[in-house]
Design a protein around this ligand. Structure first.
Ligand SMILES: Cc1cc2nc3c(=O)[nH]c(=O)nc-3n(C[C@H](O)[C@H](O)[C@H](O)COP(=O)(O)OP(=O)(O)OC[C@H]3O[C@@H](n4cnc5c(N)ncnc54)[C@H](O)[C@@H]3O)c2cc1C
Length: 264
């Protein structure tokens, strides 16, 4: 029997501008008391801002002492962007709905290294993954950010080997094609704009011939000019894909297609 997904009412306790494009929201309150983290460092929640019914997905940057932190990229227009920018009033004190956390990161036992690649939307997950593993494995990060990288000093753990690029994430596919991955088995994790991610899945499958258990490439957002993306819950797609024995990249490709409104 299917179970209704948990939802939590979360109050915005604090709002802090980390850079011109990145806003940190600290959520808490009694409604979050029952929140249970997956403990997996790329975990995300759906966030429904006041007055809206569609959710958008955000990485749990941290969850401790009853406080849940999300770091939100603010771009030109968008449900969460405009709300986080305060266009509908100061978010502090407002109550949001948070959905049950989900995660996908799965480090194989034989991984001797970790390579993370992403744009600004992936920074919270990259910071949490690197913070979890950098003491155990060599961790390399390639991050593409819209501001001077010095705006993000200290955001990623010092133990990770980080290269920075400046841009809105359009350069990620080319950057990965030029990357020399370390020898031996490892794990490649990447997230950002969906078209870039599709190109990289093909590259890893066809050129690098990496086993699908050794990479996880997720479309976090889709560049669309006129059409709003459909809000699609990755949870049911993930569970259906797993039940059908699909690989992670097949499941994420189905998720990208569902968000784009394409036929499966
Ligand atoms: C598992 C997962 C984890 C995620 N974690 C984070 C996170 O921690 N922090 C974070 O900021 N985002 C994260 N994202 C991405 C975030 O959900 C999307 O960027 C979302 O579309 C933003 O919602 P919005 O309401 O601001 O814009 P929407 O209303 O969804 O979109 C409005 C317009 O903005 C454009 N747009 C959407 N996102 C961006 C962007 N990032 N840059 C430029 N243009 C954009 C769209 O193409 C559209 O034209 C994550 C996504 C997933 C699937």
């Amino acid at each position: 029997m299917s179970r209704r997904a948990e939802e939590y009412a979360a109050q915005v306790l604090r709002r802090e501008e980390l850079s011109d494009h990145f806003v940190r929201l600290t959520l808490g309150g009694e409604g979050l008391a029952g929140f249970v983290s997956t403990g997996i460092p790329d975990e995300w929640v759906g966030l429904v801002v006041p007055g809206q019914f569609q959710s958008r997905y955000y990485t749990v940057r941290s969850w401790s002492d009853g406080e849940l932190v999300v770091d939100v990229v603010v771009h030109e227009v968008g449900l969460v962007t405009e709300w986080a920018l305060g266009r509908a009033g100061d978010p502090v004190g407002q109550t949001l709905t948070i959905t049950e956390p989900k995660s996908s990161f799965a480090l194989p036992d034989d991984a001797g290294w970790l390579q993370l690649v992403g744009d600004l939307t992936a920074m919270p997950a990259m910071a949490r993954i690197a913070g979890t593993y950098a003491d155990r494995l060599p961790v390399r990060v390639h991050a593409e950010v819209p501001d001077d990288p010095s705006s993000y000093d200290g955001y990623l753990p010092g133990s990770a080997d980080v290269t920075w690029a400046r841009g809105s994430g359009d350069g990620l596919a080319a950057a990965v094609e030029a990357l020399e991955l370390p020898e031996g088995a490892g794990y490649f994790w990447m997230a950002g704009e969906s078209a870039q991610m599709r190109a990289i899945r093909k590259h890893l499958m066809r050129e690098v011939r990496m086993p699908s258990t050794h990479y996880d490439v997720m479309g976090y957002w889709r560049k669309v000019s006129e059409r709003q993306l459909r809000a699609v819950d990755p949870g049911p797609i993930w569970r259906a894909g797993k039940a059908q024995g699909k690989s992670d990249e097949e499941i994420w490709a189905a998720y990208d297609a569902a968000r784009a409104g394409e036929q499966q």
